[in-house]
Design a binder for this molecule. Structure first.
Ligand SMILES: Nc1ncnc2c1ncn2[C@@H]1O[C@H](COP(=O)(O)OP(=O)(O)OP(=O)(O)O)[C@@H](O)[C@H]1O
Length: 244
């Protein structure tokens, strides 16, 4: 079967992941179309990052993932970043082009990285040690890294965590502009902020190990979904008799 522009970019069917007795994801299904902006919401430990790790091919899983994206850009959670890592923004971005850490990058790569950093407003600190950057600055560097490879699917894991209100506003403005300029690009973004999802995401996926709701944000982000998704916060979701 050949793909055309009306095909979903990403199809996830009955995706399940377990770590020992804990079910991180339980038969999760959804689709992402070209040009869509999907918010992924759910309480801490509900499987959101695990879902992204599966899409990136970093986890073993049961079920099916059909990913038709040519390239996937990924912005990890900045709050988990190891600040003792010896590197500079330019090198981070070049590693997004070459797939490896650059020892002596060619001039062409340095230029490409500089332009990518400038586009996200991070041109001023391209050569500063990563350890000296704020959370918001680091987040821009990783956004530049994700975009430099010209992805058609962009995965963002809580990109606004640790970023002030202005930085957060700038980020969403940037993503909206980017999508308008690159109409086929789909974005899936993990967020804890329902208002952000309501305002910026066409569609929302609410997870609590399984799908609590998925569809247009205005229809899915209801009080009932909020209660069902967050009502069990803090409780382990462990194997029941069905999964033994
Ligand atoms: N490598 C692992 N080994 C064992 N358990 C894991 C592993 N990774 C995740 N888990 C467990 O799987 C569940 C889902 O974790 P995950 O990180 O996907 O949640 P999350 O929704 O992204 O959480 P948060 O909002 O806190 O970032 C949790 O119970 C977590 O403890």
């Amino acid at each position: 079967m050949t793909a055309d522009s009306t095909d979903p970019l990403l199809e996830v069917e009955d995706l399940s992941v377990r770590y020992g007795e804990v079910i991180a994801l339980d038969r999760v299904s959804f689709r992402v179309s070209p040009g869509e902006f999907l918010a992924v919401l759910g309480p801490n430990g509900s499987g959101k990052t695990t879902l992204f790790r599966c899409i990136l091919g970093l986890e073993s899983y049961a079920g099916t993932i059909r990913n038709r994206a040519r390239r996937v850009g990924y912005v990890p959670q900045i709050k988990n970043f190891d600040r003792s890592f010896p590197g500079r923004p330019r090198e981070v971005v070049i590693s997004g082009i070459t797939g490896s850490w650059p020892a002596r990058p060619a001039r062409r790569l340095r230029e490409q990285a500089r332009r990518a950093l400038e586009r996200v407003g991070a041109g001023d600190y391209e050569d500063r040690p990563l350890a000296a950057l704020s959370g918001g600055q680091l987040q821009r560097v990783y956004l530049a890294r994700a975009l430099v490879a010209d992805p058609d699917l962009l995965l963002l894991d809580e990109p606004a965590a640790g970023v002030d209100r202005t930085g957060e506003y700038d980020l969403y403005q940037y993503l909206e502009t980017y999508q308008a300029e690159h109409p086929g690009v789909a974005i899936a973004m993990i967020t804890h902020d329902w208002e952000v999802a309501r305002h910026h995401a066409h569609t929302s996926l609410i997870l609590n190990h399984r799908v609590i709701g998925v569809g247009p944000s205005a229809e899915v982000l209801t009080e009932d979904c909020l209660r069902r998704a967050f009502g069990h916060m803090g409780h382990a979701h462990v194997l029941g008799p069905d999964h033994a």
